[in-house]
Design a protein around this ligand. Structure first.
Ligand code: GDP
Ligand code: MG
Length: 175
């Protein structure tokens, strides 16, 4: 409608975690409210944005997606530069993706700012019958490492919005 929106803050958020846990679909659910069934592995797109209001401030979330560099230590420090938040995603049906979460936390501690806010996401919560990671294991890890935690589903959309809002609110609280 021709109105120019005044943006109070731009928050950079990075999405990390093993390959195929659903990082790109979580991002697409949050920024476009879409889930793409025939998605190829990520090609080139650096980030997506969504503008929203938190505590009456207009916040532009600039959310970065790995371009298939999920191999251990392949994500460059440029990816983490300036990031205020991280969505660390695992797949509740793939135990290995949860076992690797500790490595991803180490990566963040090594390359990202000390004050980065970390949200752990157990994705694919719609696949309850295939669950390989008990919720309590993740709750315990998150408490131990001072991470926020949600189980979510990019497919159904459950908790995707809540997780991003919680993360962005926490970032807003520390800036
Ligand atoms: P990425 O490599 O972490 O970016 O993973 P993608 O977003 O490309 O997703 C990997 C696969 O998991 C794709 O086949 C998706 O359709 C599927 N997927 C992603 N999120 C969900 C989810 O919440 N539920 C289910 N059932 N499948 C999902
Ligand atoms: Mg991807």
């Amino acid at each position: 409608n021709g109105q120019v929106e005044k943006i109070d803050y731009v928050f950079k958020v990075v999405v990390i975690g093993d390959s195929a846990v659903g990082k790109t679909q979580i991002l697409s659910r949050f920024t476009k409210n879409e889930f793409c069934f025939d998605s190829k592995s990520t090609i080139g797109v650096e980030f997506q944005t969504r503008t929203l209001t938190i505590k009456s401030k207009v916040i532009k979330a600039q959310i970065w997606d790995t371009a298939g560099q999920e191999r251990y230590r392949a994500v460059t420090s440029a990816y983490y530069r300036g990031a205020l938040g991280a969505m660390l995603v695992y797949d509740i049906t793939k135990r290995q993706s949860f076992d690797h979460v500790a490595r991803w936390v180490e990566e963040l501690r090594a390359h990202a700012d000390n004050s980065i806010v970390i949200m752990l996401i157990g994705n694919k919560a719609d696949l309850v019958e295939l669950r390989a990671v008990p919720t309590e294991d993740a709750v315990e890890f998150a408490e131990d490492q001072s991470l926020f935690f949600f189980e979510a589903s990019a497919l159904s959309g459950d908790n995707v919005e809540s997780a991003f809002f919680k993360l962005l609110e926490e970032i807003y609280g520390v800036v």
